[in-house]
Design a binder for this molecule. Structure first.
Ligand SMILES: Cc1cc2nc3c(=O)[nH]c(=O)nc-3n(C[C@H](O)[C@H](O)[C@H](O)COP(=O)(O)OP(=O)(O)OC[C@H]3O[C@@H](n4cnc5c(N)ncnc54)[C@H](O)[C@@H]3O)c2cc1C
Length: 347
């Protein structure tokens, strides 16, 4: 018997577990050894076992930002740590501690029900709370890093639990210290700070359209939550209906000079302000201009209503998706001289 099984309250180990229903692309994938992690205390024994047996390993949350190969050798840790509690609440802010396995959207709805607004622009993003800081999830002008106070994690390198304050997490556009150090941290809990002073954030064009400036009342958090859910439901394919991982490419950030040059050839180029001297281009627009929207390549394709989303029509593989992604990247690079980065993680 191994150490992980010997420990009290050991992680449940299932050999050859199918993960088709735990990845939103709906890819057929089998984990050689799947460990269900329900509490942080189970992690050290599992990691010791992995180290002793020199196994390959990876962490899986809800599987909404991954491209899984058909076989996942070694260990796959399924993070199912639940639970949330209000640590403190005063006139300034509420502090919430939330387990890494809590479904993200459920947390957003729960905070609103409990009169703690702030996360409403991030409604309906699939996945778990523990994965949210990895790529600093963002939507409609808000990024989660703004609302994180600290992160509790298991540091695999030092075989110890650590707490990283927000400053140490180095949040940036779809980026964080965790993403820059793959395979080092297993997030177990996220502590959020939700300020009591709340302001509607509806500058983002799609969202602004939902709230005409001449309306009598300004929108509250619940109105924004409902508006975001409505826009997303209309714009993005439901993974339960057609496999996908949301935006497949990051919006590329380019120097202003390159942007000005492109603008001379493409007057309708869609872009957003970014850091000084930089401009963020809409990757979906670039892909659409290359004629990919709605196109199919075997079992996979580009979503008909949103060129930024690649879909699995059924029976597609990781190779199919990466093959299509390569065609898109090559064509966008040839036409615009811009390199697209893939957003989902490939194990
Ligand atoms: C329809 C759709 C819409 C989407 N919209 C958005 C959007 O608007 N904005 C946005 O930012 N993203 C969006 N996404 C992407 C995705 O929802 C997020 O990236 C989400 O945070 C992934 O969570 P997950 O639990 O599914 O992570 P997974 O896909 O399971 O994992 C993603 C990565 O995080 C790592 N990871 C997961 N859990 C942990 C943990 N506890 N500790 C350490 N590493 C971990 C994994 O190893 C992997 O590298 C969308 C996806 C879909 C399918």
């Amino acid at each position: 018997m191994t150490r992980a099984q010997n420990a009290s309250n050991p992680a449940k180990l299932t050999p050859h577990l199918g993960l088709k229903h735990r990845n939103t692309f709906g890819l057929d994938a089998v984990a050689e050894l799947a460990y269900e992690i329900h509490s942080p205390e189970q992690i050290p024994a599992v990691m010791s076992e992995i180290a002793e047996q020199k196994l390959a390993w990876r962490v899986l949350g809800g599987g909404s930002n991954v491209i899984l190969p058909s076989a996942l050798p070694g260990a796959t840790l399924l993070i199912d740590i639940l639970g949330q509690e209000i640590l403190s609440s005063d006139e300034e802010a509420a502090y919430l501690s939330v387990g890494a396995g809590v479904p993200w959207h459920e947390l957003v709805a729960w905070t609103l029900e409990n009169n703690m607004p702030g996360l409403e622009n991030l409604a309906l993003i699939p996945g778990t709370v523990g994965a949210a800081p990895i790529q600093n999830i963002g939507a409609y002008g808000v990024e989660i890093g703004e609302y994180i106070d600290r992160i509790e994690a298991f540091d695999v390198k030092d075989h110890a639990f650590v707490t990283l304050p927000k400053e140490a997490c180095r949040f940036a556009y779809r980026d964080s210290y965790f993403k820059q150090n793959p395979g080092r941290f297993i997030v177990t809990k996220v502590v959020f700070k939700l300020p009591k002073a709340w302001q509607a954030r509806i500058d983002y064009a799609d969202l602004a359209k939902q709230f005409p400036a001449n309306a009598n009342a300004s929108p509250g958090p619940e109105d924004i939550f409902l508006a975001v859910c409505k826009i997303r439901t209309h714009k993005l394919p439901d993974p339960k209906v057609i496999g996908n991982a949301g935006s497949f490419f990051q919006n590329p950030v380019i120097p202003n000079e390159q942007y000005e040059t492109l603008l001379k050839s493409y007057a309708d180029l869609v872009s957003y302000p970014d850091l000084p001297g930089k401009r963020k281009l809409a990757a979906g627009w670039l892909i659409d201009q290359c004629g990919f929207k709605g196109q199919r390549m075997g079992a996979v394709g580009v979503y008909e209503n949103q060129a930024l989303v690649l879909v699995n029509h059924g029976g597609g593989t990781a190779e199919d998706i990466l093959g299509l992604a390569k065609c898109i990247r090559d064509k966008v690079h040839d036409k615009f001289g811009v390199t697209l980065q893939i957003e989902p993680n490939f194990f």
